[in-house]
Ligand binder design. Sequence first.
Ligand code: C2O
Ligand code: CU
Length: 569
Amino acid sequence: MLPIMKVSLLQFLGFLLLSWLIHCHAWARYKFVVKETPYTRLCSTKPILTVNGQFPGPTLHVNKGETIIVDVYNQAKDNITIHWHGVKQPKYPWTDGPEFITQCPIRPGGKFSQKIIFSTEEGTLWWHAHSDWSRATVHGAIVVYPKNGTSYPFPKPYAEVPIILGEWWKQDIMQLLDTFLKTGGDPNTSDAYTINGQPGDLYPCSKSDTFKLMVDHGKTYLLRMINAAMSDILFFSIANHQLTVVGTDASYTKPFKTDYITISPGQTMDVLLEANQPLGQYYMAARVFSSSNLVAYDNTTTTAIVHYNGNYTSPPPPPSFPQNLPYYNDTNASSTYARGLRSLDSPDHSINVPLNMSTKLIFTISVNAIPCANDSCAGPNGSRFAASMNNISFVNPSIDILQAYYNHINGVYEDRFPNVPPLIFNFTADYLPLELETPQKGTEVKVLEYNSTVELVLQGTNLVAGTEHPMHLHGYSFYVVGWGSGNFDKDKDPLGYNLVDPPLQNTIAVPRNGWAAIRFKADNPGVWLMHCHLERHLSWGMDMAFIVKNGKNPEEKLLPPPPDMPSCY
Ligand code: C2O
Ligand code: CU
């Protein structure tokens, strides 16, 4: 017998214990303290919720496939949950974060150790609060590097910079939320957009509140762009510079050059910036894209400055403004950009688009209006705003769905979410009968068999006010195989699908009065929220949850919950 086989049982057990210890201790640990911190913007100071006092919050750095632990301490006076947007958390929805979907909130004074399990993601993601509107200030970047020993599918950039687009209200966020939910009207539009927490010098009192990116001529920078804004899709560009998009939602794309990008709340874009212009200063700028003239938006522009390092003999002239930043209602610019996004699909980063679909779903996504007594609400014609998917306006339960599912607690949710719209009408007609505007209310989930191949068509409607909806799915990335305007035609539209190199995303902006078709394989058991990433639409009920069942094999089943799940009582 070979000597290597001569190991006693005791030695073997010791070895097991040791490797277990090494394994557990290899998990990097981060501490997130959620607390109120005063911040001054636009000439006024208010306390905001932050993580570790920072706005935006700390950046998490991991390698592909790693697991980390974040110890979240709630030292604020409101409940909180934290979500890791775009991290699939295989078989482990317990620490995914959406309030009343996978957990109850962390109460003031409470703590929750969240395990974050990375798998196939590589690129840029982000984390944010997922309870009420706290995510306005409680968010930060997640950088997922290639595995050790592998590299980017593009020349290694000289430096990398998260660029987080956000939104700022002078008003207290909780007050804002209370008010519009009480009155039934629209939330007040924001007072500024921000780049890395700074509005930029086009706003009052903001000269020093301007983010500066210092660059060396001849070098290439990787901008890890995140739209963390609450209410709007944004255009972004940099004066005199082209951008090369190389990834979105932590998945690589075929590199494409563009003068601007379009980025929805929830989305991330990895963009290369080549510092190839003469010494000087150049604005980067972002403003809203909104094709609807019925929806109010903040029409201000946030800026930051790209500053070339060098010997200036005289002070540099003021930065120039990007001439290529599209105008607010430039639908063309938005769709041209979306068409540019295609999966890289190289040998090292191959894709796997499901071709034989076992489950076909169509969900309408609508803004709604619910009549109020004496037309006393602040929504359209005295009604109250609502929103729905397949005409169901989602009502949060008071015990999370995951716990109810796992522990077989009855009466928390129903599993009758419809596969297709309950009522077929011309969804995108210019004028629609008023009675169609009122949705049902409910806590309905759609149950999916393990490994089913799902095609989901998201169909926008023109009820109340048609607009774009950036729809986000937890626990998965999906292939965006097609999109278009008007009503989805199940016979014609699939003929135009891109099944060759569709982008792999976790958030898709469904065009105004149009549709988008996504495909995924339901191979991640758990409870997974799907919702519009425009915060007001989520607050109004534009969300639903999938329950993906366990597979047959032991490694295809939900993992047990951690011992410190926040209590619901
Ligand atoms: Cu970015 Cu449900 O989240
Ligand atoms: Cu929406």
